[in-house]
Design a protein. Structure first.
Length: 339
């Protein structure tokens, strides 16, 4: 007959107190490596599996992090979700996913999440991290919040993503191929002009001595449909662009569809680039020039901040991936091979 292994058994096996075992299980700082090794060895030998309810009761914490998802079809959001889930598991936390209903108000969403789950923290990524109503609703509950790549000031910790330089590099690459009328499908944020991707776009135009044109900048909402609509608007101009940089891949793929619909060749007649290196960017023909984001590192940084380990943040650098949608015959160059 197999008996349930308890935290008391682990403490006795390791020759330490229960508080030490608890600190190791909760991945708390300032536990000596040798002590942690003793506890982990005892856990492995005994086959101990911590009970969530018992941990919650003992520590007055839920050991839950909530990830609020706004688009189940977004490869960026789902990739971030998987990376955050992996990171939580490594830290003995549980990631709980909540999907925002299409017509759900910010107040109702946050009330549902906080009342039912009582998470130790909430993680938001674009576009929800820039939704002022959601941020205010979370602030009213006093729940810890981390926002990844947010351009919105206010409540919560923000994990920055250095997009300016790589966006500048993207537009400089497009200009170097001979394109001179480079348009932008911008993010949907209220202050889209403050977006690092927009900043990089404008600075690269200036460096290439190309004019900035307000009619060449159209907002999308990170969806295929909005990218297609934005590209149709741009291509209907009296002097249409000969290149489009979309600030995510879904909008770039929509732009490619709009260009093909009127018989344009990519990249001969129009070059198109995206951002995120989604699966669709690699399977489209020609493959999409894009930016590969360090999503696992971004997720690690976000969870570190939520758990009070902001001193362990990594310096993250996005990577430009050049493919055939901007350069004929290109596979994947610049910073390494495409995997």
């Amino acid at each position: 007959m197999r008996f349930l292994v308890t935290i008391y058994d682990v403490a006795a096996k390791a020759g330490v107190g229960m508080k030490t075992v608890s600190r190791v299980l909760n991945n708390e700082a300032h536990v000596r490596p040798a002590m942690k090794d003793r506890v982990m060895k005892a856990i492995d030998e005994l086959g101990y599996r911590p009970n969530l309810a018992a941990r919650q009761l003992a520590a007055s914490r839920s050991f839950l992090i909530t990830f609020i998802l706004s688009d189940v079809f977004s490869s960026y959001q789902t990739s971030m979700l998987v990376a955050a889930s992996t990171e939580c598991r490594l830290r003995n936390y549980h990631l709980v996913v909540e999907v925002r209903d299409q017509d759900e108000t910010a107040e109702r969403l946050v009330e549902r999440v906080t009342a039912n789950l009582r998470p130790d923290g909430i993680m938001l990524v674009p576009p929800l991290c820039n939704d002022a109503a959601i941020v205010r609703a979370i602030e009213s509950k006093g729940t810890r919040l981390v926002r990844v790549a947010s351009t919105l000031s206010g409540y919560g910790d923000i994990v920055p993503v250095r997009d300016t330089d790589v966006s500048h590099e993207m537009v400089a690459h497009i200009a170097a191929t001979g394109k001179s009328r480079i348009a932008l499908i911008a993010p949907p944020f209220d202050k889209a002009a403050a977006s690092e991707r927009v900043t990089g776009y404008r600075s690269a135009l200036a460096d290439a001595r190309l004019p900035y044109r307000a009619d060449y900048v159209v907002k999308g909402d990170f969806t295929f449909a909005s990218g297609k609509a934005a590209a149709e608007q741009l291509l209907a101009l009296p002097e249409p662009p000969d290149a489009i940089f979309a600030t995510n891949d879904a909008m770039a793929l929509g732009a490619m569809a709009a260009a093909r619909q009127i018989g344009l060749d990519i990249p001969r007649d129009i070059a198109i680039a995206g951002f995120d290196d989604s699966p669709g960017s690699r399977t489209m023909y020609p493959p999409l020039t894009t930016v590969r984001q360090p999503i696992p590192g971004m997720a690690r940084n976000a969870i570190s901040v939520l758990l009070g380990h902001a001193d362990a943040l990594e310096e993250l650098v996005p990577e430009l991936i050049i493919r055939g949608s901007t350069q004929p015959g290109a596979a994947a160059e610049v910073h390494g091979e495409d995997m």
